[in-house]
Design a protein around this ligand. Structure first.
Ligand code: COA
Length: 119
């Protein structure tokens, strides 16, 4: 059975968090933070990345808690800009059990959204 998760967030919710390095490091990996630094206006990318993490948590039906935390779900990007999940994480793999996971992210200045499908 395929599983799907979706999330949408207001970009402005990330204004405070983006200015707090400690908070950022609790939620986003070093690679993700480095990715955000590629953009002058990066709030929508931060919001999109967070949406993708939540979409994954929804697709697994676990939400974030003991089994999975936002930092376990690392969003990476292919050369063409398309996002994918780094599956090199023990807790993620325990839930994934060898299935394929796909995500897609979209954002405007005000809203970010993401969807996750687990095959
Ligand atoms: C891939 C593409 C469709 C993305 O469209 P977009 O409207 O800029 O994208 P959105 O703002 O909705 O979403 C951005 C997210 O798309 C994702 N993305 C970027 N490139 C992607 C790609 N090649 N494939 C899939 N997803 C992609 C990323 O996750 C990105 O967010 P992030 O960098 O914060 O992670 C666009 O870059 C593209 O190639 N457009 C083709 C334009 C074109 O050919 N126009 C001429 C004919 S009308």
């Amino acid at each position: 059975m395929n599983c799907v998760g979706i999330d949408i967030l207001e970009v402005e919710r990330f204004i405070d968090m983006s200015e707090n390095e400690n908070k950022m490091k609790k939620i986003f990996t070093q690679n993700e933070i480095q990715y955000f630094q590629n953009f002058k206006e990066n709030l929508m990318h931060i919001a999109g990345c967070f949406c993708a993490k939540e979409a994954v948590a929804k697709a697994f039906k676990t939400g974030f808690g003991k089994l999975l935390s936002p930092i376990d779900v690392e969003i990476m990007h292919n050369k063409d800009g398309s996002p994918f999940i780094n599956t090199n994480n023990l807790r993620l793999n325990n839930l994934l059990k060898g299935r394929k996971i796909e995500i897609s992210i979209s954002h405007t200045k005000n809203f970010a959204t993401a969807i996750c499908v687990i095959e």
